[in-house]
Design a protein around this ligand. Structure first.
Ligand SMILES: *Cc1c(COP(=O)(O)O)cnc(C)c1O
Length: 400
């Protein structure tokens, strides 16, 4: 804890700044409790829906936002943007190597996937990583040559070993794209990145971005959904794709009401800081007991993910068990590696979430293969991370 103190202070400062941004936005939008009520049917003049769009747009410095419980996941939200903005013959280019696993299905990346972008006739290009980092020269050359309709910039490392992009990285990348191909739409996959820094990708020049509400911006209590924010014409196109051409964002009811979305977004800067502090603490503990970790506990962070190289299958299982026994939900079950659709290797997962699959809540997972890397993410209560991480360390040390 003492070793982490400087990092914790840095993280708390970011949370303070971001909480101020959220408060300012709520005041400007005159948020009141009557806007939290549920609606039915078409949801015409649904005040909660409209106000939620407004506060997301203000906080993220976007012209417009579309915040909807109707998005089933982050992938659905990101796919809505891609499908709305890309037509047959258009070129889409990923600038940071291979995109996140579930986005590969949307693209039709490695293998035939029905209804994918490739099946629609969209041309997919990719600028590979260079020495496991983004390659500005490669990006410049590729964008100059292909003049892509849209580039995809994934902020978080996802399940790869590259570094997460910082806001200055995103600004540099977008600067190069706009210089050589000014009409290209710069789209940021912001999953896991929200509130990890004092600025967001729109401020770094992105035209549009999207993310999941069961990650950072839901604050651990939004029950489902996703958001899109950016240039008004692009957000409108995505809204037309989500509902129907001509309907856009003007329709859509939610019977349960919007309190959890407003409260979650209010809590999101603090909750994101809890998760990042948990990741820093885990890095410090596992470094001290002799495991390689990435990022190191004293490196700056731009997302929630901590990787720990556990050296063998046994340690991965012990780690997952140690985390699971300290979950608020399903603490009595034992995670074991098993096959999962879409994965070649067995996967182990530890999670005890209140919101199913929520990765802003503490979870750990990884494929059972070299280099036996476990991905630890989330944690809405820092004290929980401390107890769970110490439990995981104890399981491994006691079974050496
Ligand atoms: C989580 C995530 C997604 C997809 O979100 P789901 O809600 O799991 O569909 C996409 N990109 C990145 C970088 C993510 O972390």
């Amino acid at each position: 804890m003492a070793a982490c103190a400087i990092q914790f202070e840095r993280i708390d400062t970011i949370a303070l700044h971001n909480t101020q941004k959220v408060l300012d936005a709520y005041k400007k939008a005159q948020i009141s409790s009557y806007q939290f009520s549920g609606t039915s049917g078409y949801g015409y003049s649904d005040m909660g829906r409209e106000k939620l769009d407004e506060v997301f747009a203000t906080v993220f410095k976007a012209e417009k936002a579309l915040v909807r419980p109707h998005f089933v996941s982050g992938t659905h939200t990101l796919a809505t943007v891609l499908c709305a903005l890309l037509q047959k013959g258009d070129c889409m280019m990923s600038l940071i190597g291979a995109p996140y696993d579930t986005m590969q299905g949307v693209i039709g990346y490695a293998r035939y996937t029905p209804h994918s972008l490739k099946e629609k006739g969209v041309l997919y290009e990719e600028v590979p990583l260079k020495q496991n980092a983004y390659d500005l020269d490669g990006i410049r050359t590729a964008c100059q040559e292909k003049q892509p309709r849209l580039v995809l910039i994934q902020r978080s490392r996802g399940y790869s070993s590259r570094a997460t992009l910082t806001i200055p990285d995103i600004r540099a990348i977008i600067g190069v794209v706009k210089e050589v191909s000014p009409d290209t739409i710069c789209f940021v996959d912001n999953c896991y990145g929200e509130f990890a820094a004092e600025e967001e990708p729109i401020e770094a020049g992105a035209d549009i971005m999207a993310g999941s509400l069961i990650k950072n911006p839901g604050g651990g209590i939004a029950p489902t959904g996703g958001y899109i924010a950016g240039r008004a014409d692009l957000v409108d196109a995505a809204a037309d794709y989500l509902t129907a051409p001509g309907l856009g964002g003007e329709l859509g009811s939610y019977a349960y009401g919007y309190r959890l979305f407003f409260q979650g977004f209010f809590m999101a800067p603090h909750v994101t800081a809890q998760a990042i502090k948990g990741a820093v603490f885990a890095a410090a503990v596992f470094d001290r007991i002799g495991f390689h970790v990435s990022p190191a506990f004293d490196e700056p962070r731009s997302d929630l993910i901590q990787t720990i190289y556990l050296e063998n299958e046994k340690n991965m299982c012990l780690f997952a068990q140690g985390i699971q026994t300290f979950s608020p939900v399903d603490a009595h079950v034992t995670p074991i590696p098993d096959d999962m659709p879409g994965y070649a290797d067995k996967i182990i997962m530890a999670a005890g979430d209140f919101v199913q699959g929520s990765s802003i809540e503490l979870s750990a997972d990884g494929p059972i293969r070299e280099p036996y890397m476990i991905y630890l993410q989330g944690g809405i209560v820092f004290e929980h991370n401390v107890l769970a991480v110490l439990s995981a360390a104890r399981y491994i040390l006691e079974n050496k």
